[in-house]
Design a protein around this ligand. Structure first.
Ligand code: BG6
Length: 489
């Protein structure tokens, strides 16, 4: 659809950026925090930095919020560290953890920045893991207790809540994110764990509605639009299969509060028992979400995979040297393949601005719920130039084209309330530490420096506004009008 004018964003549209506790905070042993499974996971990924220091936001939060305000933010999406708030198995609330997040929230509110909080972003406390972790149904009760503590302490000022970050990716890439640790039969166990996560999500939704006056809550699926490779009918079905098994099934479950016939049939065919118990169906059905938060960076292409094809795991690019990605083959379901029509990042992620328009249209058509972008962004190798500045034209190009397509989706009639790209400052990438940078603000530190440091005081951690910071500031201060170049084609 061509409109003959640039897109317009709603007057109260929220512009900001995004982060997650373990990727940005550092201060892992400060203020009474205890370890999370992701700490241990990130330590095994040497030579990349673990999360001991990250971007040291724990000690720099005031400076970081001041920079957000300078940029013109009206929202900031971040997560809370469960083990900072409830550090031990006795379930007692840690006053220092509460104080840290109260200070951060107060600082945001004082700068007219709306906090959008993720309750869970990959950092299960080790004490929960030791009690059975995601394999144990007791985790549902523990998670509900944690959520209630958050709503009670922060719900007076925080009205937008997100349940679990990318539950679909945690299940699809269980090994990568540490969820499959200790499972004997991941093929079957993943669905039990997924069910427990659904119960956690439902408990969070209901507790938010019960405890937070005017509170709204939604899930955060990781969304990757899937295009068929050709108009061959088998490729179209393969694209639908890939969509079901990587994201659609999860979003359907959140929205409808029940499992689809498609997935129930798949479980039956494969003799999978997800551990449904009396009361679970009612709980899931009762949890009505208010919006869908969307993480969307890229698209994928699917093609037919015969039932006797050779199975291939998805091998992600882990070093930022182009061409390392190996696409998966799921015999009888789908195979993913390269898209010749788009560019790729150094980590072999498709650069496809239209994927945002597609995803918004897709979700709006299917579910008719408001949406907010909680992640979208450009991961790149970056260093300071000779002038001490960071000239990240690649990120400006990425953001400009993606935000433009988001605006076109709004013109198409989609209800989108916020854009929060990944990330505000540089922070740890899930697998590539500081080597893969996403920020509008450069953090003056490297994996090598962090690995060598004995304490955070040895690290500069200086904040340097990148070129994208200035470009984004102009765009958001004009509510999406000042693109910095002629856009209408
Ligand atoms: C999202 C996650 O899927 O992708 C973030 O929610 C993550 O935690 C982001 O950092 C980018 O991925 P990566 O692997 O480049 O860090």
């Amino acid at each position: 659809m061509y409109y003959g004018h640039n897109p317009k964003f709603p007057d109260n549209f929220m512009w900001g950026a995004s982060s997650a506790a373990w990727q940005v905070e550092g201060g892992v042993a400060d203020g009474g925090r205890t370890p999370a499974i992701i700490d241990l996971n990130s330590k095994t990924k040497k030579p990349f930095a673990d999360n001991t220091y990250a971007a040291d936001h724990y000690h720099h939060y005031k400076e970081d919020v001041a920079l957000m305000a300078e940029c013109g933010f009206s929202s900031y999406r971040f997560s809370l560290s469960w083990s900072r708030i409830i550090p031990h198995a006795d379930g007692k609330v840690n006053p220092e953890g509460i104080a840290f997040y109260n200070d951060l929230i107060n600082e945001l509110v004082a700068h007219n920045i709306t906090p959008i909080i993720t309750l869970y972003h990959y950092d299960l406390p080790v004490w929960v893991d030791e009690l059975g972790g995601w394999k144990s149904r007791d985790t549902v009760e523990r998670f509900e207790h944690y959520c209630r503590v958050c709503f009670e302490n922060f719900g007076d000022r925080v009205k937008y809540w997100l349940s679990l970050n990318e539950q679909n990716m945690q299940i699809c890439y269980g090994n990568w994110l540490g969820v499959s640790k200790g499972c004997d039969d991941w093929f079957k166990d993943q669905w039990k764990i997924n069910h427990i996560m659904n119960l956690c999500h439902a408990k969070a939704v209901n507790a938010c509605h019960e405890m937070v006056a005017g509170g709204k809550i939604g899930p955060v699926p990781g969304c990757v639009p899937i295009y068929p490779e050709t108009c061959r009918p088998e490729d179209q079905i393969a694209a639908m299969n890939a969509e079901e098994f990587t994201e659609k099934f999860w979003i359907d479950t959140y929205v409808y509060g029940e499992y689809s016939n498609f997935i129930k049939h798949y479980w039956k065919e494969n003799d999978i028992d997800i551990g449904m118990q009396p009361g679970d169906a009612e709980l899931m059905k009762s949890a009505k979400i208010d919006f869908i938060a969307v993480n969307c960076y890229r698209s994928n292409v699917a093609k037919y995979a015969p039932h006797d094809a050779k199975q291939q795991d998805y091998l992600l690019n882990k070093n930022g040297v182009k061409g390392q990605m190996v696409f998966p083959v799921e015999p009888g379901r789908y195979a993913l393949t390269r898209n010749p029509y788009v560019e790729y990042t150094d980590w072999d992620w498709e650069i496809d601005p239209s994927c945002l328009r597609y995803e918004m249209r897709y979700l709006w058509d299917h579910y008719h719920l408001p949406m907010m972008i909680t992640e979208n962004g450009y991961g790149a190798h970056e260093t300071k130039d000779a002038d001490g500045q960071v000239h990240d034209q690649g990120r400006i190009d990425y953001l400009r084209e993606h935000i433009y397509q988001l605006g076109m989706a709004i013109e198409d009639g989609c209800e989108v309330i916020a854009y929060n790209p990944w990330s505000f400052t540089d922070l740890l990438s899930t697998g590539n530490g500081m080597a893969k940078r996403y920020g509008l603000v450069y953090i003056d530190t490297t994996d090598e420096e962090q690995n060598a440091a004995k304490s955070v005081e040895e690290l500069s951690m200086k904040r340097i506004r990148k070129d994208s910071f200035y470009w984004y500031s102009k765009l958001i201060r004009s509510n999406g009008q000042d693109w910095g170049k002629e856009m209408l084609k």
